[in-house]
Ligand binder design. Structure first.
Ligand code: NAD
Ligand code: UDP
Length: 312
């Protein structure tokens, strides 16, 4: 079996490539490095079952050889990244998604879209089940990401209905672990970097907003089970352990053993007030649930980040 992974040099894409190789797949990763890094794949480059092609997937491209699965992970994902690359984000979610779907259709391959909890926007229902249609501001700054992913879901469902393509849609909730960029601007790398360098931890708004953080190893296992299932409707994968951002910062301070203060900054526009996955569906159809708790996951991530810190 051979998979094409778009966004393969990113945080999640690189873990997915590694996981597929370990399961005996051949893997071709595509990436243009807009937010990813060659170093994320460095350890795979000598593996004879792994290939890499530097490619912007919003431009037409061809893939040689057998393709059994197309796993579409290309897209900036951190809010500061998609605010910096708004047009690229919309194009990879629209044209990039279309190209990935066309590749899967041409090769009669299975197709999996990495969608997001951002499809629920600033949700008025919590936890969020897949049946919730969401509360998204299409013209706010986050709209470029949210609407691109909602479009990508609609396009994927159209290929399922119109062409009978075998499609899967995973709605990923906040995920963390090794290979996140220390400077990607998300809460977790920011807090780690700040705590490790003794700078104030920046809390946006009151810090009472919630998120639910899933360890990357758990997420990839859930995604693989979804790929292997026959479920074509969106499926949430995430960790339902909900925590306020203030409490999250506190956990990281404790773990690192720093007395670095907190610094309150304005809440970004349309920042969701709560986010927690309802994973009953994943439990029922995939027999999946997260195994790594926050303490363990944060420790593994800290060990990784320590190795990434610039030497003084
Ligand atoms: P990331 O930024 O680390 O990885 C995305 C990768 O896509 C990068 O390597 C980037 O260079 C590549 N890319 C972007 N545009 C491209 C293009 N036009 N052509 C080729 N490559 C392109 O982000 P991530 O956290 O690994 O996210 C991966 C996917 O998972 C994204 O689609 C994201 O929307 C989704 N997701 C992630 C999370 C999370 O918590 N990490 C949550 C929800 C959804
Ligand atoms: N956040 C914060 N301080 C930071 C970075 C983020 O308080 O330095 C907040 C952000 O406003 C949001 C939450 O932490 O409420 C999670 O942000 P992140 O960028 O990690 O991802 P999101 O879930 O918003 O996509």
């Amino acid at each position: 079996m051979r998979a094409v992974v778009t966004g393969g040099a990113g945080f999640l894409g690189s873990h997915l490539c590694e996981y597929l190789l370990a399961k005996g797949w051949d893997v071709l990763a595509l990436d243009n490095f807009v937010t990813g890094a060659e170093a994320n794949l460095g350890h795979l480059r000598t593996n004879p079952h792994f290939e890499f092609l530097q490619q912007d997937i919003t431009k037409p491209f061809d893939v040689k050889g057998q393709v059994d699965a197309v796993m579409h992970f290309a897209s900036p994902a951190s809010p500061p990244d998609y605010l910096k690359f708004p047009i690229e984000t919309m194009l990879v979610g629209s044209i990039g998604t279309w190209h990935a779907l066309e590749l899967a259709k041409a090769r009669k391959a299975r197709y999996l879209l990495s969608s997001t909890s951002e499809c629920y926007g600033d949700p008025e229902v919590s936890p969020q089940p897949e049946s919730y249609w969401g509360h998204v501001n299409p013209i706010g700054p986050r709209g470029v990401y949210d609407e691109a992913k909602r479009y990508a879901e609609a396009m994927t469902m159209a290929y399922y209905r119109y062409y009978g393509l075998e499609t899967r849609i995973v709605r990923i909730f906040n995920t963390y672990g090794p290979r996140m960029r220390l400077n990607d601007g998300r809460a977790l790398p920011n807090f780690f970097y700040q705590a490790l360098t003794g700078q104030p931890l920046t809390i946006y708004g009151s810090g009472k907003q919630t998120r639910s953080f899933c360890y990357v190893g758990d997420l990839i296992e859930g995604i693989y089970r979804l790929l292997e299932s026959s479920e074509h409707e969106p499926t949430n994968i995430g960790n339902p352990q909900e925590i306020t951002i203030l409490e999250f910062a506190e956990r990281i301070r404790k773990l690192i053993g720093t007395a670095a203060p907190l610094e309150f900054k304005p809440l970004p526009e349309d920042d969701p007030k709560q986010r927690c996955p309802d994973i009953s569906k994943a439990r029922r159809i995939l027999h999946w649930e997260p195994k790594v708790n926050l303490e363990e996951g944060l420790q593994i991530t800290l060990d990784y980040f320590r190795g990434q810190m610039p030497r003084s």
